[in-house]
Each structure stands twice: as structure tokens, then as C-alpha cells.
Design a protein. Structure first.
Lengths: 270, 288
């Protein structure tokens, strides 16, 4: 008699690979043949995961239309058996899968659309953290400002897109016609994060993105100001840096700060 | 190790995101909620916040779909640790999963797959249930699944298997009324034989649900209202077991909360007819 292990191996191959060996181990019912009955598991596997991918990648679905999305989903399911305890993470490789697919070689916006949808989903149920309030920063003495180091919200994800996928996403979300896909003259920086219970994204200017990336690495505020000055000119560099900072705090993108002592000779803020 | 039998909770629903706000705003007449454990094995955000809010007002039970208790693959220890951590946060009245396997070789097929009812499988599942109970420090609760195939290798009926599993491990049972009905139809056994084969004292919960009838077989889709035949069988189950915490299980085509409360009230009225006042559970204080 076959062992439980042998039966489970066969059963799984029957679902994943269409192997019919398992049919020798299961019975016809009085009303239906075993192939149809086992087919409930085969069909159920593809249908269930397809439904999940449709929920996870709603705008990719809307963008591609039913037929192309169904083909994508079918190929993804065939190539990516789940190793996750929850279907929540089954579709996590979708953007990479699309990026490697020859079908979408001429449409890089599709993979970026999937990247954005996944980032929003990850931000939605990512870690909780109280956002930093402006009032907390107001208590910092002016002479301590150069040493400020900020902590981004733990749900924050930085993306850089080569196409107008973010604009396409917004149009689809609003159920309006998406713009023609296009490669952008300059890469577009985006920040995805959760504010309250809602996941958002915000386009960042190249300068703001540079400052965010450096701030997220733990670079102190005086150095951030120097970098901003180097990036786009010294004129009002500190004001620009302070303005970005205020925007991040207003939108709940930061959670805390520490004040590090400034090294000797470090620039002080005017 | 907790050993006492969990309390009778009355009539509950599965907690679904579509109903979070209505539950918190309206304080509807629902005695308790069951959660899908895996849906809350996340780091933060609205789902966990809402769950904590509901937990402050209602008793919670945890119901999993990925333990794969009957799998021949090793346990996913990260999963068990996450389950235990969630149980610590929620202090559920009990924790359940299905008598099934969900995959081998590191794969999760995200389905509740059947097993052959053999002595080998029984010994294997007994060992695994004992392991889980030791790990969680409390009795585990096992639910019968709907199935579409039976195995040529089976050496006993499903109810003999379940009965022996409960006897050897002391686990509690979640008797899914719909699943028995579905499997009885699919495999041509008597649902009453299944019922009469159950140990009366081990059952702590009922699931009642809808399904999809495909003429030659029934698929357990949980996307329809409960049909009359399942309600009739529920009536038999209540008569056999006495008061058992009852839940309407809807996983797809989620209707407005009021519709599910109506179905729940139908269950209440059936239990009331069969048992008289014994079915009236006092509204429990969740934070006890």
C-alpha cells in the first residue's frame, strides 16, 4: 500500500503538473468519475490563486484587460508555486515576473504598475509607528538642528520609475482613461508610505528624492543641507531642505529624530 | 497547559474586513467572532487595529487554513511561532485548523486537501496534533473538511478517524455541518452516520455555510446562503450535541452584515426550537 507521503507527493504533482498518477489512488463516486472529482482540486488551485492576483493587481488587470491579464495570471501561477502561509504574499514576484516576460518587453510600464500596486499593499499592512509631529521638532534648540537625524516611517518604500506608470495607476484608480504609456525623459522618484490606515504615494523631485534617500540613511540635517546646496545651488538651500522636511512631517513620513553632536568644524545652520 | 473545555459562546460570525466599521459602530447582536488567523499574521495597519477593537468587545476564536496538520512535510516553525504570538495577543477561546494537508516540499497549494483514512495517517496526525498542543500549551481544535475524492487506501470511515484522533490526543472538534453534508453527498455516505460517530463531548464549535451544487457533486464554496438541507442537518446536529457555539461561515460574495445576522438568527431559532432556553448564551464580556 502506498504511504501517506507517496500519496501526497502524487496528489501535489496531480495539481501542479497535471500528472494523472494520483487517479489510480482515488475512487469514482457513485455519481461522478474520479478525473472530474480530482479536477475540482486542479481547477480550484488555479481559480483561487487567480482571484487573489486579481485583487492584488487590480490596476494591472484594468490596464491589460481581461484576456491579457488572464494569460499573465495563468503563466504566473504555473511558474510560481506558493511557498507562503498566506495568499497575501503569493503575488509578490509579479513585477519581476512581468519584467522578465517577453510579452511585456515593449511595455515596461506594466511591471512598474505591478511594483506600485505591491508597494501600496505592503505599506497598507506594514508595521505601525506614530508619526513625528512638527511640535516635537519645534522644541529642538536652533543650535542642535545641524545634528538632527530622522527615522522614516517603517512603511516607507522608495521607487524610481522609468515610465509614467504612476500616472497610469492614478487614472485607472479614478476610472478614467490612462495616458499613453511613455518612457520619461528623467526617471521619476516616488515615495510610498502609509498615513493612518491609508497607503499613499507621492512623486518626489530629483532634489527631494536625493535628500530623502540620504536622510533615510541617517545623514544629519547639516549635511543634508550641504547636499541640497550642492545639488541645486546654495541660494536658499537650507530653506529648501527645511521645506522638504516640513512636507514629510506634515504627511506622516517620519516617525522620530535624534540629535547627534556635531563634529568640530561642522557647518552650522544660519 | 490549559485543559478545561472552552465555554459555550452562542452565535458568531467570521470577522470580515467589509464589516469592520459596521461592527464597531453598530454593536450588532453577534455573540463572538472567528478570525482567519493567517489574515492577521501581519505587521500592522488597519486590519490589526480593527481586530484589536473588535477583540475589546467580543470573544474571539482563531481559525487557521495553513497549518497543514496532516502533511508529511515538517511543520513550518515560523508559522507556528506566528500563530502562538497572535494567540498571545488575542487570548482566543480556542484555536482551530482543518484535518487536511495543504502541500509538501515547501509548497502551499492554499487548499484543504483530503487524506486517506489509514492507520498510518492516523498515527501521523496524532503525533502532529500532540506536537502542536504541546507547542501552543493548550488543546487544539480540528475541523472536518469537505472533500471531492476518497482514497482507495482508506481503512476506516472519516468519522472513525476523527473520533480516534480526538480520543488519542484530547483535541477539541469543530464540526462543520456543511462539510459533512457536502462530503456525504459527494461520497455517498450518510451524514447521520457521521454525526452518530462523533464524540459528543469533544465538539466545541459548529460551522454552517453555503455551497455550490454541480449536480453530480457539491463544491464547498462558502459563497451562498445556507440551504434548507444544511439547516435540516444543523437541526440534527444540535439535537445530537446540545448547545454548541455556532458560526455562519461566509468567505466569498460577502453580503451586508444584516444578511448574515439574519442567517445567524435563523440558527438561533433552530437551536432554540431544539433545545429551548439552553441555547441562550449570555453575552460574554470579551476582555474577561
Amino acid at each position: 500500500m502506498k504511504s501517506l507521503k507517496e500519496i501526497q507527493d502524487e496528489f501535489q504533482r496531480g495539481i501542479l503538473a497535471g500528472d494523472d498518477a494520483i487517479l489510480a489512488d482515488v475512487n469514482d463516486s457513485g455519481k461522478e468519475g474520479r478525473k472530474v472529482l480530482f479536477g475540482v482540486y486542479r481547477y480550484g488551485y488555479v481559480a483561487r490563486l487567480g482571484e487573489i492576483l486579481g485583487e492584488d493587481y487590480e490596476q494591472v488587470h484594468a490596464y491589460l484587460g481581461d484576456r491579457a491579464f488572464a494569460n499573465l495570471v495563468k503563466a504566473y501561477i504555473a511558474g510560481n508555486p506558493s511557498d507562503q502561509r498566506s495568499v497575501r504574499w503569493f503575488g509578490r514576484h509579479m513585477a519581476a515576473f512581468i519584467a522578465k516576460s517577453r510579452t511585456f518587453a515593449e511595455h515596461p510600464e506594466v511591471a512598474e504598475l505591478a511594483t506600485l500596486e505591491k508597494a501600496l499593499a505592503d505599506a497598507f499592512d506594514g508595521p505601525d509607528a506614530e508619526p513625528l509631529r512638527l511640535a516635537e521638532l519645534a522644541e529642538v534648540a536652533p543650535e542642535a538642528w545641524p545634528g538632527l537625524v530622522f527615522t522614516p516611517h517603517p512603511t516607507a518604500i522608495r521607487l524610481t520609475f522609468a515610465t509614467n506608470a504612476a500616472e497610469i495607476w492614478s487614472a485607472l484608480k479614478n476610472e478614467t482613461a490612462p495616458p499613453t504609456p511613455a518612457k520619461l525623459p528623467e526617471p521619476q522618484a516616488l515615495l510610498v508610505w502609509r498615513e493612518g490606515f491609508v497607503a499613499h504615494f507621492k512623486p518626489l523631485s530629483t532634489e527631494e528624492a536625493m535628500m530623502w534617500d540620504e536622510a533615510a540613511k541617517g545623514v544629519r540635517f547639516s549635511v543634508l543641507c550641504e547636499m541640497v546646496a550642492t545639488f541645486a545651488g546654495e541660494d536658499e538651500a537650507e530653506l529648501r531642505a527645511a521645506s522638504y522636511l516640513k512636507g514629510w512631517i506634515d504627511l506622516g513620513m517620519l516617525t522620530s529624530f535624534v540629535v547627534l553632536p556635531c563634529p568640530d568644524g561642522a557647518q552650522t545652520l544660519s | 497547559m490549559i485543559t478545561e473545555k472552552p465555554p459555550y459562546l452562542g452565535f458568531g460570525l467570521g470577522l470580515r474586513p467589509q464589516h469592520y466599521q459596521e461592527i464597531l459602530d453598530g454593536n450588532p447582536a453577534i455573540d463572538w467572532f472567528e478570525i482567519i488567523s493567517e489574515n492577521y499574521m501581519i505587521e500592522g495597519g488597519q486590519p490589526l487595529y480593527m481586530l484589536d477593537q473588535v477583540r475589546e468587545r467580543y470573544p474571539i476564536v482563531m481559525h487557521g487554513v495553513s497549518m497543514s496538520i496532516a502533511s508529511t512535510a515538517p511543520f513550518d516553525m515560523d508559522y507556528l511561532r506566528a500563530l502562538k504570538a497572535l494567540a498571545k495577543r488575542l487570548e482566543p477561546k480556542w484555536i482551530s485548523d482543518h484535518l487536511c494537508w495543504t502541500g509538501v516540499h515547501g509548497v502551499n497549494l492554499h487548499d484543504l486537501l483530503p487524506i486517506p483514512y489509514t492507520h498510518e495517517a492516523l498515527a501521523h496526525v496524532v503525533d502532529r496534533v500532540n506536537y502542536v498542543q504541546d507547542f501552543l500549551g493548550r488543546p487544539f481544535t480540528i475541523e472536518n473538511v469537505s472533500s471531492y475524492v476518497t482514497f482507495a487506501q482508506s481503512e476506516m470511515s472519516e468519522w472513525e478517524f476523527v473520533n480516534e484522533l480526538a480520543r488519542r490526543t484530547g483535541c477539541w472538534l469543530l464540526f462543520d455541518v456543511n462539510n459533512v453534508y457536502v462530503s456525504a453527498f459527494n461520497h455517498g455516505f450518510s451524514s447521520i452516520d457521521f454525526l452518530n460517530g462523533m464524540p459528543r463531548d469533544q465538539v466545541v464549535q459548529f460551522h454552517v455555510a453555503g455551497h455550490s451544487h454541480e449536480e453530480t457533486h457539491i463544491i464547498d464554496t462558502h459563497d451562498h446562503p445556507v440551504c434548507d438541507e444544511v439547516w435540516d442537518f444543523y437541526r440534527e446536529a444540535v439535537a445530537y450535541f446540545g448547545p454548541v457555539s455556532t458560526m455562519i461561515e461566509r468567505d466569498d460574495n460577502i453580503p451586508p452584515l444584516a444578511e448574515l445576522v439574519d442567517e445567524l438568527n435563523h440558527a438561533r431559532s433552530i437551536a432554540g426550537e431544539v433545545l429551548g432556553t439552553a441555547a441562550d448564551a449570555p453575552r460574554l464580556v470579551a476582555a474577561e
